[in-house]
Design a binder for this molecule. Structure first.
Ligand code: SAH
Ligand code: SF4
Ligand code: F3S
Length: 470
């Protein structure tokens, strides 16, 4: 099978048929779908494609499950807590279906690529009509059609061929009007020992730069002002393409597109983050001085067992270089507490790294064993109570660092992309280049544009400011 395929017109027939069937079922009204996405931005981007397909099938969208003709949960498998939430919410649909027997229930996303999850749905949730994984999104119309017409339950996951494919040309229904997501690569080959993503998202594969450029240009033309390039490890973008290109090369190409907008990207893996990337960020016209660079642990032994393939020193060297080139850079990161066997001393190395770097914000997680991963089977003598205590120590430390960083911005001028008006406070709210929220007074007309704001207050990671003339 070819590596890149276009969204197949063979799906068009299913789309038309579903539209006709659903029109009848909704008695001439537009059918309504409730779509909820869990997990990371990659899943959000997939959710927008699924909504694009539903929109072509004639659906409008609702947040109210009681009026929905179809409920679809796009799920995440990253931690046990994420899975538990999905099972809880799916369980709650049983009563809704009792009240509305014609309700269609579909589950997709990362959890559904796992055999044991599909099996559990098959056995214990008989009211679910359709289950499909991340690799078959482009066949969603066909699968939904099968569920509708045959009235049978449909289960579908990718096969080896489909796992290696990139489908271009899927319709996208974008939720926002200022921020947009562009997936530049799919899958992950890193197999960090704790992580389920390589198992549910398949092997790493990059989109052709021309396809990305075309989508990017159309977003800038449509007025999107904050565009995030997505991949599990964007720094290995371009490997395996016919004409290889680095991620920095891709950034330079996109940065040439004329217009007033910002480019962000995530996630960067420290093992592949290069000086070329940091130089490109420093020199770019539109590239935000914001780097999300997950470090996971500050201790070399733990990093090794995590299979991260960099050391604390290599990480700190990257940070030093980034700060040298971009003194204003905003750094954010992910960190795991309580990895199997992590000692008190090793945890203290994580604390000291956090202190040394001074992140703007940190996503902190307690290790959660994932089925089929290497870390699932590791000895884990540290008690949950001890892990929670460490977690709290880390959060407290980061809170005080973030508060200091925010206070140090008081008195500075920031370019803020205005996103919306807060209905409670009546203030406009937007984000700085470093992705920090700023509230200030101003007219609704500023929504969707850039404004210059002088920062006057800082509390709990939210800045307050006053509008200034450019
Ligand atoms: N590809 C990204 C991360 C994607 S998952 C990267 O490599 O940086 C987002 C974050 O979830 C990870 O950075 C990690 O901190 C956390 N995570 C992943 N698996 C986890 C697990 N089993 N338990 C706890 N946290 C986990
Ligand atoms: Fe998971 Fe590691 Fe891949 Fe990130 S790089 S998605 S943490 S395996
Ligand atoms: Fe979750 Fe899948 Fe993202 S497991 S974090 S939704 S890639």
């Amino acid at each position: 099978m070819e590596k890149n395929i276009s969204f197949s017109r063979s799906q068009a027939e299913y789309i038309e048929n579903i539209a006709a069937i659903m029109r009848i079922r909704a008695r001439g009204e537009k059918p309504l779908a409730m779509v909820h996405t869990y997990g990371c931005q990659q899943n959000v981007a997939d959710g927008e494609k699924i909504k694009g397909l539903l929109s072509e099938m004639g659906f409008s969208f609702t947040e109210d499950v009681e009026e929905a003709d179809l409920v679809l949960y796009n799920t995440c498998a990253i931690r046990e807590h994420a899975e538990d939430r999905v099972f809880g919410n799916v369980g709650a649909l049983k009563n809704v279906k009792r009240r509305h027997p014609s309700l269609l229930i579909a589950l997709c996303g990362c959890m559904m690529e796992q055999e044991h999850v599909a099996e559990r749905i098959r056995k214990s949730y008989p009211f679910v009509n359709l289950v499909f994984g991340t690799h078959v999104i482009h066949r969603f119309p066909e699968l939904l059609h099968q569920a509708l017409v045959d009235g049978k339950r449909v289960f579908s996951r990718g096969n080896e061929e489909e796992d290696a494919v990139i489908v271009e040309g899927l319709p996208v229904y974008r939720d926002g009007s200022t921020k947009a997501w562009v997936t530049v690569m799919y899958g992950c080959d890193n197999f960090c020992s704790y992580c389920v993503v390589p198992y549910v998202r398949g092997r790493e594969r990059s989109r052709e730069p021309e396809a990305i450029l075309e989508e990017f240009k159309s977003l800038v033309d449509a007025g999107y002002k904050d565009i995030t390039l997505l991949g599990q490890n964007v720094n290995s973008y371009g490997k395996g393409l016919k004409r290889p290109i680095t991620f920095a090369g891709l950034l330079r190409m996109l940065d040439q597109v004329p217009g007033e907008y910002r480019i962000r990207f995530m996630t960067s893996h420290p093992k592949d983050a290069s000086k070329e990337l940091l130089d490109t960020m420093a020199e770019g016209k539109h590239i935000c001085h914001h780097l999300h660079l997950p470090f996971q642990s500050g201790n070399d032994r733990v990093l090794k067992v995590m299979n991260r393939r960099y050391t604390r020193e290599k990480y700190l060297e990257l940070i030093r270089y980034a700060r040298e080139k971009m003194p204003d850079i905003s750094l954010t990161s992910d960190v795991i507490v309580g990895f199997p066997g992590e000692t008190e001393e090793e945890f203290c190395d994580t604390l000291s790294l956090v202190e040394e770097v001074g992140f703007t914000s940190l996503f902190t997680f307690i290790f959660s064993p994932r089925k089929g991963t290497v870390a699932e089977k590791m000895d884990d003598p540290v008690t949950p109570e001890e892990k929670s205590a460490r977690f709290k120590r880390l959060c407290d430390l980061q809170e005080s660092i973030a508060a200091k960083r925010c206070s140090s911005m008081v008195g500075t001028l920031q370019r803020v992309l205005v996103e919306e008006k807060n209905s409670k406070t009546g203030l406009l709210t937007g984000r700085t280049e470093g992705n920090i929220v700023v509230d200030f007074e101003g007219s609704d007309q500023l929504i969707g544009s850039f404004a210059t704001v002088e920062i006057t207050t800082a509390r709990n990671w939210i800045l307050g400011g006053v509008l200034r003339e450019d």
